[in-house]
Design a protein around this ligand. Structure first.
Ligand SMILES: [Zn+2]
Length: 367
């Protein structure tokens, strides 16, 4: 939610093709459900022979309906018996799918499942498996789905995000981790969690890379956009539609618990609840404060400053003006590298704090 992260155009287009096919299936089941259980012919009429057969294999195994097949039949049956409402659900899904184009329109909010909550389970049973297929090794086959860039898989999306992410988590400003290594912390994250907005699972503007900590420990199924109503959407940042890094102000202060420890505060002057949501969703103030304090020695002098000093003024006695300049340069460097270097936002804040409050002490330490 901090740094702007976007899927490159080619991958966006290919994933969007698959997503449109998913929506087509949902619209068909909701608007013009078949009179009996879904057949291979139905699917071939709707999608053509190749894609129709692809779906059929996931609906029927040799002797029985798969779970997905049962979900399809159940949604069709519900749509037959509640025909009028089913059409409204289809419209709500169509409306929501444009969230990335309408994010900044005044009054924009999502309609499903808020207005049609009792449809959530039946839509979810049909919509969510698309993510499992994306995450599977085969993913969506190029020739079946008419993709231009080869088969579409989750790992391909993660890799496509990688170069423009510069190895930095777009959510917390920490490192993503090395792909393929044991410490691989490159996770696939749904901004709108698929448990609550299954119709947006695999939507290309809803999938992001984040570090494992953000996805698996802090964000989990939390919903920074609240109920995705207007207030919820205005009260949060979005990884591609409204990055937070340039809108927040980050200040390091003396910790109330210990005079030599710092605590970090994150604010957004124009829309305070956006910063609040960020902090609450990702526990960022505590994480950043801990991280900065870990890098200080027991007396509160930044290890970073000492090292920079040794590098620049090897063997010389420190002069106040030079230390001051060194800190200024370091702050400028950290700010310039926001979104390009991990931890740069908290580093800039910590250095500013040291310059303002600990300059004399730093000089003392370096003597
Ligand atoms: Zn993170």
């Amino acid at each position: 939610m901090l740094h702007k992260r976007e899927l490159p155009d080619n991958e966006f287009e290919d994933l969007n093709k698959v997503y449109r096919i998913k929506r087509k299936l949902l619209y068909w089941l909701l608007r013009t459900p078949p009179t009996e259980s879904v057949s291979k012919e139905n699917l071939e009429d709707l999608f053509g022979k190749k894609l129709g057969s692809w779906f059929w294999m996931r609906i029927r195994q040799p002797s029985k309906r798969t779970q997905f097949g049962q979900a399809i039949d159940m949604l069709a049956a519900k749509a037959r018996s509640e025909n009028f409402e089913a059409k409204q659900v289809a419209s709500a899904i169509r409306h929501d799918a444009q969230f990335h184009q309408k994010w900044h329109s005044p009054g924009f909010e999502l309609k499903f499942p808020g207005e049609f909550n009792e449809w959530l389970d039946s839509i979810k049973a049909v919509a969510e498996p698309f993510y499992d297929w994306l995450a599977s090794e085969k993913g969506f086959a190029k020739d079946v789905f008419g993709l231009t860039g080869g088969d579409m898989t989750r790992s391909k999306i993660m890799q496509a995000y990688r170069p423009q992410s510069l190895g930095i988590c777009g959510y917390c400003d920490g490192p993503l981790g090395e792909i393929g290594s044991k410490a691989d912390a490159n996770d696939c994250e749904h901004f709108f969690p698929k448990s609550k907005w299954p119709h947006l699972a695999i939507h290309p503007a809803n999938l992001f890379t984040s570090c494992k900590g953000c996805n698996e420990t802090w964000k989990l199924d939390k919903t920074p956009m609240g109920n995705a109503d207007e207030a919820g959407i205005r009260g949060t940042y979005h990884p591609s539609l409204l990055g937070g890094a340039s809108l927040i102000s980050v200040v390091a202060k003396q910790s109330p618990d210990h005079p030599m420890r710092v605590c970090i505060e994150i604010r957004d002057e124009s829309v305070p609840e956006r910063a609040q949501t960020l902090v609450e969703t990702l526990d960022l103030e505590a994480r950043w404060s801990n991280d900065v304090n870990e890098k200080m020695d027991g007396r509160g002098v930044s290890v970073f400053v000492s090292k920079a000093f040794q590098d620049r003024f090897r063997g010389q006695a420190p002069v106040e003006a030079e230390i001051d300049e060194l800190l200024d340069d370091s702050i400028i460097w950290a700010r310039k590298n926001i979104s390009k270097e991990e931890r740069s936002i908290r580093l800039a804040a910590a250095l500013q704090y040291q310059k303002d409050c600990h300059l004399a002490q730093i000089i003392q330490e370096l003597l």
